[in-house]
Design a protein around this ligand. Structure first.
Ligand SMILES: N[C@@H](CCC(=O)N[C@@H](CS)C(=O)NCC(=O)O)C(=O)O
Length: 225
């Protein structure tokens, strides 16, 4: 099983959850030739048994169907339906809320071609220039934290969004916050936030695969040393 990805965090955690071996092939966001075989232009893309599956949500459904005897990603059909709602909510509400806060630093982490590609993509989607988006970043992070309130309420009661153990919903939200951790040294969550404790728990899952990915601050420290 292989995945082509630049930031395929929920997909990677889903594969660990299922206990499946896999290899990751990183692809630059502007490099559309390499992923042309998939018939679309985004990552992650999963290759398994001669099949090619794109879109993280479609991949999660595929893994659940193909590997029903492995730990469930959703906890049944009702769980799958609710997780889909959570996935759409995260994509439509949380991602655009976080982008103004992070985008300037995200662009620092990529090469010129990817930077130009991402800038065009984000400015088109958000209908604002990067400079306008960045000007509102301090307000944006407050809005983002407020939007996390449903997850915060749930995590006051349970260790994971999935309950006592993690499910795919945890990986969806973790993916967004891990993207922030890796690309930005800005503080997305307050230390006392119950979501910060949950995030730390998810960083430690599967022998700490999340934690092994260096944060922006850790990378900067290594470069300075
Ligand atoms: N809904 C899709 C979104 C995929 C997506 O936006 N992927 C980003 C990287 S995380 C990408 O490939 N961006 C390249 C581009 O937009 O050209 C999914 O969850 O897989």
């Amino acid at each position: 099983m292989t995945i082509a990805a630049s930031a395929p965090i929920p997909t990677r955690l889903a594969l660990h959850h299922k206990g499946l071996p896999f290899a990751v092939h990183p692809v630059a966001v502007s490099d559309k030739a390499t992923i042309g075989f998939s018939g679309q232009n985004k990552v992650p893309i999963l290759k398994h048994d001669g099949r090619v599956i794109a879109d993280s949500w479609v991949i999660a459904l595929y893994l659940e169907k193909e590997f029903p005897d492995r730990p469930s990603l959703f906890g049944g059909e009702t769980g799958a339906t609710l997780t889909h709602v959570f996935n759409v909510w995260t994509d439509r509400e949380l991602v655009p809320a976080l982008i103004p806060y992070l985008m300037r630093e995200v662009l620092d982490c990529v090469n010129e071609a990817d930077g130009a590609h991402l800038r065009g993509h984000i400015e088109g989607a958000m209908k604002k220039s990067l400079e306008e988006l960045t000007a509102g970043r301090e307000q944006a992070v407050l809005t983002f934290r407020r939007k996390l309130q449903p997850a915060r309420k749930a995590l006051e009661k349970t260790a994971f969004l999935g309950g006592a153990a993690p499910t795919y919903a945890d990986y969806i939200l973790f993916g967004l916050l891990q993207w922030a951790r890796v690309t930005s040294s800005a503080k997305v969550l307050e230390d006392t936030d119950v979501i910060a404790s949950w995030f730390d728990r998810v960083l430690g899952l599967y022998d700490g695969v999340g934690r092994k990915e260096l944060s922006r601050a850790e990378r900067m420290k290594e470069t300075a040393a």
